[in-house]
Design a protein around this ligand. Structure first.
Ligand code: ADP
Ligand code: MG
Length: 476
């Protein structure tokens, strides 16, 4: 009649999985390992004290139910919390079900491998022997939440960043991992969180550091035999922001030290914010134990901004700089640079500089030349959105009508022309072009391209339209 811990916990997990969200299940239950079953006491191993508290606060009712279902009313659960001092020894805390008292547990002595004593710590950011309050946060005040334009592409990341900023260390988003491609606002958002925390909790020590800098400091510390100081310094931070953690890839020693810092901070309820250009699953050369920790909290991605967001970002930057550009110029920038906010901003700045140096008015013409000369990758290829806009303007149609299902002749024609130019001038697939034109399939796009080609051969007026449009679309 003796049961085995694994099948028992397996059965519990099955019920738990059906009762909570997949994300929560992955975050809070997948890392748990069942270690033993003695009589009616099931012991599960959890990665940290924080983790244990979170389970207690949020899932105790559910846990109680499943344990009792599997082990009867006398069933109990014990947690074994992994200690981060490199030994496999773990000290299980006994938690009795149903009567729970997590208060006393919280006061249970937890031996920290590296206790911080503030006086002797050397700050790798220069000043030896500093006090905690002296830590410079390295935050850029212009990267605030106010300056961060919200859009569909960044809603989740922004909202979770906001939640973290209001309750550092006190949400499930720990660590908060923000990931996304180059120039999409990861660094900006990471600073925004830090700035907001500094504003609301002036006593918290917030530190922003690039992962490369962290790695260099660590190497210096090894050279100078001050690794303990290095570790202690990082362990006394309340909110640690590490930008571009993908640079830790392949750097085993750095990962190792970061692992210890991470654990210490996490166990003490300190907030960790990370950014990366990839989601954890795609980070090569990163140790499994670190990756699994990255997944503990929330990974939120930043996507490429859509047209409205790009326009809003440009407008915000112009407003911030007291500049006013002709509308067709901003539209052109927003339409033609569609993957990377940094590049779009760069284009705006270059345009302004060009105009003032050469004392030229900022015109669409100048913008086109500039984008062609200075913006890489995007320069030669117009976007489907831009094509649609130019075609709509040309025929005086609203963009929504072009994208609608209307079968009106002039709309159908404009739609077909946009498809034709999208095929001709972009690298998009037929399916993608169709998707941008009101959800048409690839066959429809192909048919449109043929129709346009045929018409241009037989209809002079139509050919004139096409030539006109082609001129407008071509970047000189
Ligand atoms: P990443 O770190 O992802 O490479 P950055 O955070 O450095 O990108 O962003 C590049 C530039 O784009 C910065 O100047 C930033 O202010 C700007 N930017 C990106 N996203 C936004 C946004 N949503 N609102 C305002 N500015 C943004
Ligand atoms: Mg960055």
């Amino acid at each position: 009649m003796s049961k085995n811990h694994e099948p028992v916990w397996g059965a519990c997990l099955k019920v738990i999985k059906d009762n909570i969200s997949l994300q929560a299940f992955k975050t809070w239950f997948e890392p748990i390992v069942a270690v033993r079953l003695d009589a009616n006491v099931l012991t599960i191993q959890v990665p940290s004290h924080f983790f244990y508290e979170w389970l207690e606060e949020n899932y105790i009712v559910l846990l109680k139910k499943v344990i009792q279902k599997e082990l009867g009313t006398e069933g109990r659960l014990e947690y074994s919390i992994i200690m981060e001092n490199n030994t496999t020894k773990s000290t299980p805390y006994t938690v009795k079900l149903p009567a729970l008292n997590s208060k006393s547990l919280r006061n249970a002595p937890v031996s920290m491998p590296l206790n911080v004593s503030e006086k002797q710590i050397r700050n790798p950011f220069i000043i030896p022997g500093l006090k905690k309050v002296n830590v410079d946060s390295n935050l850029n005040p212009s990267y605030s939440f106010d300056n961060f334009v919200e859009g569909d592409c960044n809603r989740l990341a922004r909202a979770s960043g906001y939640a973290v900023a209001n309750k550092p260390g006190g949400t499930a988003f720990n660590p908060l991992l923000i990931y996304g491609g180059v120039g999409l606002g990861k660094t900006h958002l990471a600073h925004a969180i830090g700035i907001s925390i500094k504003d609301q909790f002036p006593n918290k020590t917030v530190l922003y550091v690039g992962s490369e800098k962290f790695a260099h400091q660590f190497i210096d510390a090894i050279k100078n035999q001050t690794t303990n100081d290095f570790i202690h310094f990082y362990q006394m931070i309340d909110v640690l922001i590490i930008d571009d953690v993908q640079f830790f890839s392949g750097k085993e020693k750095t990962q190792d030290v970061f692992f210890h810092v991470f654990n210490h901070l996490h166990q003490n309820g300190k907030q960790i914010i990370l950014t990366s250009d990839k989601p954890p699953v795609e980070m090569q050369g990163m140790e499994q134990r670190l990756l699994s920790r990255f997944k503990w909290g929330l990974s939120a991605d930043l996507g490429a901004p859509d047209l409205e967001t790009r326009m809003a970002i440009l407008e915000k930057k112009m407003y911030g700089n007291g500049i006013d550009l002709p509308k067709d110029v901003t539209e052109y920038l927003a339409y033609s640079i569609n993957t990377n906010v940094r590049e779009m901003e760069g284009a705006l700045n270059t345009l302004l500089a060009q105009a003032s140096l050469n004392k030229k008015a900022i015109t669409l013409e100048l913008a086109k030349q500039m984008v062609d000369k200075f913006v890489k990758n995007t320069a030669r290829e117009v976007s489907i959105e831009y094509i649609q806009k130019v075609v709509c303007d040309y025929f005086d149609l609203a963009l929504e009508i072009l994208k609608s299902k209307t079968r009106k002749r002039e709309v159908v024609q404009a739609r077909q022309i946009s498809m034709y130019f999208s095929k001709k001038m972009t690298k998009s697939s037929l399916a993608n072009i169709g998707a941008h034109c009101g959800g048409k399939d690839h066959a429809t796009v192909l048919h449109a391209c043929r129709t346009v080609t045929n018409l241009s051969e037989t209809d002079k007026q139509f050919r004139a339209y096409l030539e006109d449009l082609e001129k407008k679309l071509t970047i000189q």
